[in-house]
Design a protein around this ligand. Structure first.
Ligand code: COA
Ligand code: MG
Length: 291
């Protein structure tokens, strides 16, 4: 299913976990990394595992953000949660395709141990959180059939760079973080997977969020991460195509179907060729499933 909104929920907060499904997000990301204090991690692993195991038959996808592969914590995170079959793993500080291959192997072994369908659990890296990762964004094609998308982050990258801020004086992202956003989009497209935009940290600023999400949508991102339930509705709206656009996309696809072999044709007096068809099919693919 197309993921418009993905809501982060601290993995050690039973209160927030209980509230999260009602937010209306397409996926919840149960966090074992930065939102959880190190001392609370063992408890969080148990809470997340039990939360996954108790999931209702319908509801949002349930993802888990584990700790980075080089943290010494990732294998214990995986060993705790894979048995409860999360839909996917969000990998922070992903260094590139090699890290996806490594995680794929870990998941394959754990799925076998738990008797789960091999390859069922997806992977998405936060692909811009280290300096080295920025140089590997073009390399994700064919790294693993588990790859569900790429997303990016500006906070950890600023921290490793020793930047005082990731924003310019006028409030826009500084060039390095705009580059991270663009390369994430290009890298995801090159790999044939969705690009998911990063968080909007100021969760009381809904107007700012709306603008940020609309900009991401125009650029080609297909979803965005939320950190607060109040952000979900605006994100879903931004990434749901207008009914008029969907209707027009349907007519474009139909026009090409009715003219087999035609490379170019016209609709309502406008020239259409292959890029229009591609874009129309993308719009139809982004229509959320009913229900
Ligand atoms: N998921 C589920 N419920 C959440 C939530 C979330 N991400 N964020 C807030 N809520 C709940 C709160 O528990 C609160 O409910 P309550 O009054 O019944 O306790 C309600 O929504 C309103 O929250 P609010 O008072 O506005 O915010 P807060 O001060 O409780 O929490 C944050 C603010 C930022 C700490 C919280 O939104 C959060 O934990 N976000 C996720 C952080 C995260 O995972 N970061 C890692 C990736 S960057
Ligand atoms: Mg982080």
């Amino acid at each position: 299913m197309a993921l418009r909104s993905m809501l982060f929920v601290p993995g050690d907060s039973e209160r927030k976990l209980a509230k999260a499904p009602a937010a209306g997000a397409d996926a919840l990301i149960l966090d074992l990394e930065d939102a959880v204090d190190a001392a609370r991690l063992p408890a969080a692993r148990v809470i997340v595992r039990e939360y996954l195991a108790a999931r209702p038959a319908s509801g949002p996808e349930l993802w888990v953000r584990i700790n980075p592969l080089d943290s010494g914590l990732a294998l214990d995170d995986l060993a705790a949660v894979v048995r409860s079959a999360p839909d996917a793993i969000l990998l922070p500080k992903g260094q590139g395709a090699q890290a996806i291959v490594t995680l794929d192997h870990y998941l394959t072994a754990l799925e076998a141990r738990e008797g789960l369908e091999p390859g069922a659990i997806g992977i998405m890296p936060v692909a811009t959180e280290t300096a080295g990762a920025m140089f590997n964004l073009g390399g994700y094609a064919d790294c693993s059939p588990r790859l569900r998308g790429l997303t990016w982050g500006a906070e950890d990258l600023a921290a490793v760079l020793g930047a005082a801020s990731n924003r310019r004086e006028d409030g826009e992202y500084d060039f390095t973080y705009q580059l991270a956003r663009s390369l994430c989009l290009l890298g995801a497209t090159a790999a044939g997977v969705p690009a998911i935009d990063t968080i909007w940290g100021n969760f009381r600023d809904t107007e700012g969020l709306r603008k940020d999400a609309a900009r991401a949508r125009r650029a080609g991102f297909t979803g965005k991460i939320a950190i607060h339930p109040d952000q979900v509705a605006a994100i879903n709206e931004a990434f749901t195509p207008d009914p008029a656009d969907v209707e027009r996309a349907r007519r474009i696809v139909q026009a090409f179907e009715q003219a087999p072999g035609a490379g170019t044709l016209q609709l309502d007096g406008e020239m259409l060729d292959r890029p229009h068809l591609k874009q129309a099919m993308r719009i139809l693919a982004s229509v959320p499933a009913a229900g």
